[in-house]
Design a binder for this molecule. Structure first.
Ligand SMILES: *[C@@H]1O[C@H](CO)[C@@H](O)[C@H](O)[C@H]1NC(C)=O
Ligand SMILES: *[C@@H]1O[C@H](CO)[C@@H](O)[C@H](O)[C@H]1NC(C)=O
Length: 376
């Protein structure tokens, strides 16, 4: 636990996103894919007399007793680690307040509430981006042509829609019929829970007044838990997302794209006549994101629900950790290439042998199980 936390600190210092070690389970999966490790493991297993638990069995009673004391210490460590993450949450809140004016300015530029000055628009091109004179000339002509076509665009048109379409995780959710609505999305914000409140974060989607629904704000809240499970304290690995709630979308009449009507032929049992009935059924849409399934109190849920929630938690986490902080880089596409680099950088700093580069696609921290860790 202690070294785990220290690794967390190391990562905190060297990388901007807060990243911790992959869970033991992730590690196991990676190791099991490595033939050399597998072979070595088999050798060990072949030579092993008795299992680890067998070893514990073989210990004298007095020693076993003391090992239990060690495990109790370990439980206490898990509780201290939980406190550590509560402070991380506080630190995130504090820094969120420092980022917010910049995010607000981003939003103002995107929605044309503010026109950046000449100075603010200066940007030194990367070496890679430096073009030959000839190419520059060509680009200029094309740009002028484009400007002529699109008359006086306001702000950065389709900023968030483009971001969403550039990120696989989100573009999978965005249907064609969602696009006209998402064009009106002006800002996405992250709000953290207040001190003393149960740990959570909300995603806020601000829309321009539009013809589709009367809300201008849609929200999605993720409840988190940062305390060891009493029944399984050693699995504690940082805060987990425990559940989420959406919001009611007040669709204007006939605009509810999360519904579709289908025609069904129905046969009258007695008379044998056939008639056509129309039925409304759910339709695929990004906006289903705001009506997630409930997490049952009992914790028992069917596989479908679990899969939907696991994907939902991953998306919520990704929007919070990556998209909102660096939206412009997803708009330009720069962040998409960088993500692979990030994986190898983080991992080489934080961990560990037997790790392959660029293995996980987007989020190095993704743990597909429900109740996943929220940091890393
Ligand atoms: C339902 O989804 C289909 C395909 O995604 C789309 O073509 C259609 O317009 C949607 N229906 C409504 C009523 O929005
Ligand atoms: C829109 O459709 C959803 C189902 O996808 C339904 O739950 C909701 O009540 C509908 N809202 C309106 C205003 O029709």
């Amino acid at each position: 636990m202690v070294s785990d936390a220290m690794n967390g600190c190391l990562c905190l210092m060297v990388v901007p996103g807060f990243v911790r070690l992959p869970s033991a389970r992730q590690l196991t999966v990676q190791m099991m894919q490595n033939p050399q490790i597998l072979a070595a493991l088999q050798e060990r297993l072949d030579g092993l007399v008795g299992s680890p638990s067998g070893y514990m069995e073989s210990l004298p009673k007095v020693v076993k007793r003391r090992v239990n004391a060690l495990k109790n210490l370990q439980v206490k460590c898990a509780h201290i680690e939980a406190k550590f993450y509560e402070e991380v949450h506080e630190l995130e809140r504090k820094y969120a307040a420092l980022y917010q004016p910049l995010f607000d300015k981003r939003s103002d530029i995107v929605k044309a509430a503010y026109e950046p000055t000449e100075e603010e628009c200066e940007w030194k091109a990367d070496e890679e981006e430096e073009l030959t004179e000839e190419m520059k000339e060509k680009a200029k002509v094309e740009e002028e042509k484009k400007d002529e076509e699109k008359e006086d665009p306001k702000g950065v048109p389709e900023f968030w829609l483009t971001v969403f379409k550039n990120v696989d995780l989100l573009s999978d959710m965005v249907q064609e019929h969602d696009e006209p609505i998402l064009k009106q999305l002006q800002d996405v914000k992250v709000k953290f829970s207040d001190p003393g409140q149960p740990m959570s974060f909300s995603l806020e989607f601000n829309f321009e007044p539009n013809e589709f629904f009367t809300n201008t704000l849609l929200t999605k809240t993720y409840k988190m838990r940062s305390e060891p499970d009493e029944n399984d304290p050693f699995s504690f690995d940082g805060p987990e997302i425990m559940g989420c709630t959406g919001c009611t979308i007040d669709w204007t009449k006939g605009k509810n794209i999360t519904l579709k009507t289908i025609k069904k032929k129905q046969k009258h049992k007695g008379r044998g006549t056939v008639r056509t009935v129309t039925k409304t059924v759910p339709n695929d849409s990004f906006f289903n994101f705001f009506t997630p399934p409930d997490v049952p109190e009992s914790g028992d849920m069917d596989e479908d629900t679990e899969a939907v929630l696991a994907a939902d938690f991953e998306i919520g986490h990704f929007i919070r950790e990556r998209i909102v902080p660096r939206a412009v880089l997803y708009f330009t596409g720069e962040a998409i290439e960088d993500d692979d680099d990030d994986v190898s950088t983080h991992h080489s700093l934080c961990v560990m042998e037997g790790e392959e580069e660029g293995e996980e696609e987007n989020d190095p921290d993704y743990d597909p199980k429900v109740g996943r860790r929220a940091y890393c």
